[in-house]
Design a protein around this ligand. Sequence first.
Ligand code: ZN
Length: 730
Amino acid sequence: MSNTATDNTAPDHTIASNPLLDFSDTPRYRSIQPSHVTPAIEALLSECRATVERVLDGSSAVSWESVVGPLDDAHERLSRAWGAVSHLHGVDDNPAIREAYNDNLPAITQYWTELGQNLALFERYKALAASSGFAALDPAQRTIINNELRDFKLGGAELPADKKQRYAAIQEELSALSAKFSENLLDATNAFSLNVTDAADVAGIPADDLQSAAEAATKEGQQGWRFSLHAPSYLPVMQYAENRSLRERMYRASSTRASEFGPAELDNTPLIQRLLQLRRELAQLLDMDSYADLSLVAKMADKPSQVIDFLEDLAGKAMPFGRADMAELTAFAKTELGLDTLQSWDVAWASEKLRQHRYAFSDQEVKQYFPEPVVLGGMFQVVERIYGIRVEPADAEVWHPQVRYFRIADADNATIGHFYIDLYARQTKRGGAWMDEARSRRKLAAASGRPSTIQTPVAYLVCNFPAPVGEYSEGPRKGQPRPALFTHDDVITLFHEFGHGLHHLLSQVDHLGVSGIRGVEWDAVELPSQFMENFCWEWEVLSHMTAHVDSGEPLPRTLFERMLAARNFQSGMQMLRQIEFSLFDMRLHHDFDPAGQQSVQQLLDQIRQQVAVMIPPDWNRFPNSFGHIFSGGYSAGYYSYKWAEVLSADAYSAFEEARLRGLAEGTGRSVLDPDTGARFRREVLSVGGSRPALQSFQAFRGRAPNADALLRHSGMTVESAEDGAATVAA
Ligand code: ZN
């Protein structure tokens, strides 16, 4: 084993000059420069190619150690270096890193395509699967080999030479198109700003948000307030601004980003067309009915029709609730707000008014109870209770002063892993929130002079919350900076990403291919993240996770009760919107013909007729900013959010049952139940992709998943569990 394993701590003469080639610890963000990218990637790619040649030279018998081990080592180095580069491209964008990223992307894509099509390597894996040693491998190793065989087939390894070439060309073009799509979107987002100088025009917008807008204006040498299309600036305008034409201008700018209504060079329309054509061609090359069929091979769902049925079934259940939500909003807007016609740019604003009218609280009021340090501390306490772990600050090089680093330790203080947390929106950061892996858990083979060791995992947690603004103006903290304040939605997002992070960090798998979130079916990967969101609705959690920014008082119980009552406010409308996006994505990649009569926009219009309760204006170009499916890996997979929500709600109901049992038995147990937590950690989080997600779910829950818990949590109760449950188990 020792002759094939790369010793990750061995000195490397190039490290001194190129920090991207230093794998001894976490990435050296203080030293990495765009000029390091090309030499590092070139060196690593040639190392990978040399490794492939060695694996194929046939001088050693096929075994895990002679095939998978050396490839894992080489590929891990490539992935870690490229991971650091893509991470910077996502969180610290500038022309130099963008250029370095784009210059190297084709070579990276080409390498993976080449590898996926390497027939000799495919044969080597087939021989490994047929070898006498295969049965003696552990289940994770066998899963990895079976996944590889599947991916070789999907990667075109069995195609004749001319088709292989075409396949490679398609892959390369697809990854360039995806990168361009997301750059266009970011550039189009940055290209717009709106300066307002009359205080009457910003009426309704909360003070915190106005202060950010005033700072943004000052920075540009402007008077008044400056608003942008980045979420922390955009959303408060849509939700609170009394000025209808301000909302309309912002909405129009946002929903026509990267479309034919803006500069031609930033228009994503031709890119979408091309992406769809190429994906369709790719599926045809592999003899698949559609790109959706291809996408589902490695997912939990079996075929597109099963997904479409699942979505339409859920839409049927949500429709009466969605219609009622819309009718109520329309009536309220008419009688209370004097709006005869409710426009798209009124929906968030009118909804906020209705919510305040019905539940008598605002996001602004709630926000004062969620200062960042209290929220982080409270979130860590939740996982400390249910998993028996500990979270504490640690040191590492970071890419921005706002970034922090933490260590997770087990009950015996052994290090489980580390994570970075980068909370705030910046001009240079891609929108949204995500978790990514910086390093994955694996067992490192023994090398000369040292026994085998465990490489602990490291995660990135990235959000786009509004940064802290201003100082305390009175009290004992006068003059000190005020912490950032989170809305309850922000808190939920944070828990969500932390859930992904824990899936990555609590892995107990020794082999890279299925460690953490690797190898987990895409439509099950949101289970651990959505699961975590549920804790944001528990009084026993929130009462310890809140402290008013000025008074330090915890969230009042009465306010919590109102939040809870409002939890399912417009849940019908929201569910239908997710179903609309999911159906659009699925149909686009299944039965839509990009060369046919119908346009992408027309397909969306048709789906809206079927499931939407609010039809946006005809100039809305939502597809042009639908990065999830055109640049984010969710193509023919957006339904995964709803699919996994069925799983996560059902998993969480095991914790609710533990509490009910505790109450019935007088043991006074809480929802933060360590026994159920230990079982969830053992059966779901720690096993990663080493076995099918359905099997893990059943091991935890003792039965197949069903949608009852999701419908109950969403306030949509099913009349008959037998014929009403939208079962996702295949
Ligand atoms: Zn997620």
